[in-house]
Design a protein around this ligand. Structure first.
Ligand SMILES: [Zn+2]
Length: 370
């Protein structure tokens, strides 16, 4: 039996939001076998930056940008792209009930585990981004309500909703590329919002995929002025912008992730077991320190593993030589760890494993490999 693939859905406003906003996250998860989907509210048909006399008009431009989005999505490994057919620039004036019903129908059809949308600040106050944040958040609640009907579809509970947010260093690079990014709405100037470290719940390392993201961005050829400005940035800036995903976990039905660091005082009968009478030989230790990380949302794996390994590397220097090995599958050299843990018992355990479990049936506890 194979588990159903993990599904990620992003609900965004315009073609190019998927690449500029969360391209790295899309590319990383697609490369890991996650099924990724995109719902895009508009076709960006008002986003013309060329000479006015060359503007093909909103309908034709929408068609061109739809094709650009499909090309970017293919680059990022996005499985499906769906449009809400809303008007670019007018999303905050669209009928909310209609838009929410359409988003709910897509959620119930795709049945994603995790949804990503803009934060309520819309990255820099863009009214379409602000609107899609509110509409998508409402739709996630409605999709799980059995009394909210969409043509016979079953309700669906999304496990977690994340808002894409931006850090100060990212916004500084955008400012370097575009100058002072100001959006004037109702006579008020709106600028990029930088989220403080403490408010960011989730960082995803997408550094292996930054080139793919840049390739996806360049698919949006009608957005040439912004591509031009970004292309003048040094490689380090590109790596910073596309090499990480920064999120705020807004709604969650799953474990937020926790790490327990326990210090236990040993003693009693344990200390009287001879070293060679058991696999775990560190019987004379006075204390046992354990770092147990648990989480149930795959989007947190990088963050949780990195944090746990960091804690261990900080603490390790204060500990004795003995370690107790359990589920040490964090990309570490298991063979070396096993030798460290079992010391003089190691070779004997390898013999026992080879003799009684050559097919590695008991692989969940990966202490000794056959
Ligand atoms: Zn946008």
């Amino acid at each position: 039996m194979t588990a159903a693939p993990f599904k990620l859905l992003a609900i965004l406003a315009h073609p190019d939001d998927e690449s500029l906003g969360i391209g790295g996250t899309f590319a990383k998860y697609a490369s890991e076998g996650v099924e990724t989907h995109l719902v895009c509210a508009t076709r960006g048909e008002r986003g013309w930056f060329g000479a006015p006399e060359d503007n093909p008009g909103p309908f034709a431009l929408g068609q061109i940008r739809e094709q650009e989005l499909h090309a970017a999505a293919a680059t990022l490994g996005i499985r499906s792209v769906r449009f809400l057919d809303e008007c670019d620039g007018d999303l905050d004036r669209a009928n909310p009930a209609r838009v929410i019903a359409r988003i709910v129908a897509h959620i119930r059809e795709i049945r994603p585990d995790v949804v990503i949308t803009f934060a309520p600040d819309g990255a820099y106050g863009h009214p379409d981004h602000v609107a899609i944040s509110q509409l998508a958040t409402t739709a996630i609640v409605a999709a799980n309500d059995e009394c909210y009907l969409t043509g016979g579809q079953l309700s669906h509970q999304v496990q977690a909703l994340y808002y894409v947010v931006f850090r100060n260093d990212e916004n500084a690079i955008y400012a370097e590329a575009f100058g002072d990014l100001v959006m004037q709405v109702d006579g008020v100037k709106r600028r990029s919002i930088s989220w403080p470290e403490w408010a960011i719940t989730t960082q995803i390392d997408t550094s292996d995929h930054w080139r793919t993201v840049w390739q996806a961005i360049t698919c949006h050829r009608t957005q040439l002025p912004s591509i031009d400005a970004l292309s003048r940035l040094p490689e380090t800036s590109h790596r910073t912008l596309w090499g990480n995903g920064t999120f705020y976990r807004a709604l969650s039905f799953v474990n937020g992730g926790q790490t327990l660091v326990c210090l236990r005082c040993l003693g009693g009968a344990m200390g009287r077991v001879p070293e060679d009478a058991t696999a775990y030989g560190n019987r004379a230790a006075l204390y046992n320190l354990s770092i147990d990380a648990t989480w149930s949302d795959p989007i947190q794996s990088d963050e949780m593993i990195a944090w746990t390994l960091h804690v261990w590397s900080e603490i390790q220097q204060e500990t004795g030589t003995g370690i107790y090995l359990n589920f040490a599958g964090l990309g570490e050299d298991n063979g070396k760890l096993a030798q460290l843990a079992y010391r003089s018992n190691h070779d004997r355990l390898v013999q026992v494993k080879r003799k009684y479990d050559p097919t590695n049936l008991f692989r969940t506890n990966i202490n000794i490999k056959p």
